[in-house]
Design a protein around this ligand. Structure first.
Ligand code: SAM
Length: 434
């Protein structure tokens, strides 16, 4: 039986697709990248914001058309959208056969087989333990860089966020299985691992904290680059900073969501820091690791956000000048505290104009940060051929900036030293040092 999988959303969804591939391949299913040849099509999706959700529903409408040509074709939705809507998805999407939440992927082979009798199958139960400890992801990795999930779920209960409901409570993974996966990837020739978690720095296994796990990984695979995301601001400790500074194979980059530059809004969001505390965290990072790159997530138009709150966000962005940011307009999600108790009273047009304003500002900050690299010699991990110019490769430096440079006898997957000679708004231009 052939399966086809399409992935939407964050890195966690990409990783989950790798887990799903591994489970299905082990059970004898065959993966196809041709949607028309599939017996089952799976859409792995995220429910965090309204926009990606709409995209999925539109995609489903297109895909369901394939059922007319292939009467045996089955369609499934997996991931956090499944847990968000549960069986209501069957009502919303008439041709849907299968709904599976993020903690039930192990049941997929059995559930898919049952679909033969024209049953509809659903499992959206959330677990309180990591379910995929022994599964080595498979299928969509590029041979150079691989995600490793070290914790799932979230206990923070931010008022805007659906994650604690769609992915469940925090559950960390046994460090032995994480180390085993790191070693295996190294043996297979991978050069970089990206540790994933909703709040990666909340990792906790028996007495082991995140900084200890990170140090153990850095020592176990000293020739691999290690990146990690997403960090929750108030979990950044001195111990963590010391480990990041000490090991040259740990990238000097934190993804640290600010969300808003107004302490009033942060408190309404139930974030665990004030703006002043966030600025102190940045100061502490820069003191210990001066050349550290810091990126962020920022939202506009959260409930009751005034022009003054928005101006505060602009002020804080100007003070920090993040290397880059993911920026969103707030969308109210059913099931969250904000949906039930707070007023989503910022008009959509205002959410959008504020969003456009911060996008423009971030663009200038990214350019400012990128230009600081000009003249420096940096090590780049070559990831592939540049989309703009096939004579060039692209890769990343230790701060996660993208560098493009002429190939010059170098190989994809290798490390090379380059001199940074210029910068566009998004990319550094380098020259290989032979
Ligand atoms: N765990 C991270 C944290 O809270 O620090 C956030 C991870 S979340 C998967 C990614 C980002 O999506 C959030 O940082 C937030 O900016 C954005 N987001 C979450 N819920 C949202 C909502 N209801 N509307 C708009 N953006 C949202």
């Amino acid at each position: 039986m052939k399966f086809y999988i399409e992935t939407y959303g964050c890195q966690m969804n990409i990783y989950d697709s790798e887990i799903i591939c591994s489970i299905l391949l082990k059970s004898g299913f065959i993966k196809t990248s041709n949607l028309k040849k599939a017996d089952i099509i799976l859409l792995n999706t995220c429910s965090i914001r309204e926009k990606p959700e709409k995209k999925i529903f539109n995609r489903f409408i297109k895909i369901k058309g394939f059922k007319k040509k292939n009467k045996k074709l089955k369609l499934g939705i997996v991931g956090c959208l499944a847990t968000h809507y549960k069986k209501k998805l069957f009502e919303k999407l008439k041709f849907l056969d299968l709904i599976v939440g993020p903690d039930s992927y192990k049941k997929l082979p059995e559930m898919i087989k049952k679909l033969k009798n024209n049953n509809k199958e659903i499992d959206v139960r959330l677990a309180n333990k990591e379910r995929y400890t022994k599964i080595i992801p498979n299928g969509v990795r590029n041979g150079i860089s691989a995600f490793i999930s070290i914790m799932r779920g979230c206990d923070n209960m931010c008022t805007f966020c659906i994650v604690p409901f769609s992915r469940g409570r925090e559950k960390s993974r046994n460090p032995n299985s994480i180390l085993k996966e790191c070693k295996l990837l190294y043996k297979k020739g991978y050069k970089e691992i990206i540790l994933l978690g909703q709040n990666v720095d909340a990792y906790f296994w028996k007495k082991m904290k995140f900084f200890q796990l990170l140090e153990l990984i850095a020592k176990t695979v000293p020739l691999m680059r290690i990146r990690f995301l997403t960090s929750y601001p108030s979990n950044i400790t001195k111990n963590l900073l010391k480990v990041v500074k000490k090991y040259s194979n740990i990238c000097k980059h934190f993804h640290l969501p600010l969300q808003s530059g107004s302490t009033r809004i942060l408190s309404l969001m139930r974030r665990k820091y004030t703006v002043e505390e966030f600025l102190l965290i940045i100061k502490r990072i820069k003191k210990i690791i001066p050349d550290c790159s810091i990126s962020s997530d920022i939202m506009t138009g959260f409930c009751t956000e005034t022009q003054e709150d928005h101006r505060e966000t602009i002020r804080i962005m100007n003070l920090i000048k993040f290397n880059f940011s993911f920026m969103f307009k707030y969308s109210s999600r059913q099931g969250t505290y904000a949906y039930r108790k707070l007023k989503d009273n910022v008009p959509n047009s205002l959410k959008i104009s504020r969003l456009n304003e911060i996008i423009r500002l971030q663009k200038s900050h990214s350019f400012y940060r990128l230009k600081q690299n000009i003249g420096k010699i940096q090590e780049v991990l070559i990831e592939g051929i540049s989309k703009q110019d096939e004579k060039s490769y692209y890769g990343r430096n230790y701060k996660n900036d993208i560098i493009v440079f002429t190939k010059n006898n170098s190989k994809i997957g290798s490390y090379k030293k380059v001199t940074i000679i210029n910068s566009t708004f998004t990319t550094l231009i380098g020259e290989i040092i032979q």
